[in-house]
Design a protein around this ligand. Structure first.
Ligand SMILES: Cc1cc2nc3c(=O)[nH]c(=O)nc-3n(C[C@H](O)[C@H](O)[C@H](O)COP(=O)(O)O)c2cc1C
Ligand code: SF4
Length: 378
């Protein structure tokens, strides 16, 4: 598989459709990014099973979705780019969103939703590993060039990696080898399913951004294990947790009022009351994950994608000089889907995203940058 360049549109959940099929506006959303010059665009979070959904409208990858997924990949390829699909299981994030029991390694309290998560059984884990393989098979059959496995942000696989959320004393908990077992089994099952016909990557947390959570010393070790397995073609490096500390993922302002407005009254109040603790904001810096990602670059030889706060072409050149093979961008491309084309003629151009994060709550009604007027949206 060959990409026309090293720019990847990172998954930003689109909030379109009915959760079963791929609507035309979802294709239009990604066609705009493909027309805008990226090499690869990522269809955002798709659940591998019903209980793996974390937010309304998330597509469950099943037979109903296949014709639309095929139309999606054909449209993106016609625009000169390749298509990736992000596959995952929301795990405890499902509980935080108040939607599901919230499968997790251990039973823990989800304060935002005022409920407990449910500890996964052996049977749950066996089923979910199989669900990843089935969904990956559908993705490969419908023309995706890249399958991105979601191993970050407090979703199920990420919660198993976390020493804070994973309190198990069986073969899935304790040492980092045991906590990385679910990630490794999922990657292996997916690779066995799709062979070498498509690239398989994973979005992996470097740090959860909470006391007692996953951090570099162990996340680098987990990455080393994945590299040694030889199941993955690249890692996209991320951090933070939609379950425990979402702003660590994004940096910049916490859009608490806008977020609260999206929930029904009891949850709205809960979010406002817990926001100071649950959504602390962090100052935004260009390429804010670079220092952490360099630790992975030093420890691994496999291809790596740098992600997090990339808005300038000189940052991209620096990333390539530091040995990263790809750069992934989320908000810069929500703000300006054509920024890659623009950089072809205006190398010094700095993206217009102001890191206000007000696009976050728009995932509930069609994801967009609030600074892009409706008539200019795809
Ligand atoms: C509106 C929105 C939705 C997002 N949805 C997802 C998602 O579905 N899956 C995921 O892994 N990350 C998601 N992210 C996180 C981005 O992929 C990325 O990790 C983050 O925005 C940092 O990159 P950036 O600074 O280039 O935006 C989302 C981000 C935004 C702003
Ligand atoms: S709403 Fe627009 S400007 Fe604000 S963070 Fe999102 S993409 Fe950037």
């Amino acid at each position: 598989m060959k990409l026309r360049n090293r720019f990847v549109k990172a998954a930003t959940f689109e909030g379109l459709g009915n959760g079963r099929e791929v609507p035309d506006d979802l294709i239009d959303f990604h066609r705009a990014v493909a027309d805008g010059g990226v090499g690869l665009t990522t269809l955002a979070f798709c659940a591998v099973s019903e209980d793996g959904r974390g937010a309304p409208k998330e597509l469950v990858v099943g037979p109903d979705a296949a014709p639309g997924l095929r139309r999606f990949t054909e449209a993106i390829r016609a625009a000169g780019a390749e298509a990736a699909i992000q596959l995952g299981h929301a795990g405890p994030v499902g509980a935080a969103a108040g939607r599901q029991a919230g499968l997790a390694p251990s039973r823990v309290f989800a304060p935002q939703a005022v409920r407990f998560t449910r500890a996964a059984t052996e049977a749950d884990l066996e089923r979910i590993v199989g669900d990843f393989a089935v969904a990956a098979g559908i993705a490969a059959d419908t023309g995706f060039s890249v399958i991105e496995l979601h191993f970050g942000h407090g979703y199920l696989v990420s919660s198993f990696l976390s020493p804070k959320l994973n309190r198990r004393d069986d073969g899935w908990g304790g040492s980092i080898e045991n906590r990385a077992r679910l990630a490794r089994e999922v990657a292996q099952a997916v690779r066995d399913q799709v062979g070498t016909s498509v690239a398989v990557t994973a979005k992996l947390n470097m740090a959860d951004g909470v006391d007692g959570g996953l951090w570099l010393a162990e996340s680098v070790e987990a990455a080393r294990l994945l590299e040694a397995d030889g199941t993955l073609d690249a890692l996209e490096l991320t951090g933070g947790s939609s379950f425990e500390n979402p702003m660590y993922l994004f940096r910049g302002e916490a859009p608490v009022a806008e977020m609260a407005a999206m929930f029904p009254p009891p949850l709205r109040l809960g979010l406002k009351l817990t926001a100071k603790r649950f959504m602390p904001s962090y100052p935004f810096e260009e390429a804010y994950f670079l220092a952490y990602a360099r630790q992975f670059r030093a420890a691994l030889s496999m291809p790596l994608m740098l992600l997090g706060g990339i808005n300038r072409l000189d940052t991209v050149h620096q990333a390539l000089a530091d040995g990263f093979q790809f750069v992934a961008m989320g908000r810069a491309l929500l703000r300006e889907p054509d920024i890659v084309n623009r950089w072809q003629t205006e190398a010094g151009y700095e993206g217009l995203c102001v890191h206000c994060n007000k696009c976050m709550p728009t995932i509930y009604r069609g994801t967009h940058c609030v600074l892009v007027p409706p008539e200019a949206r795809p």
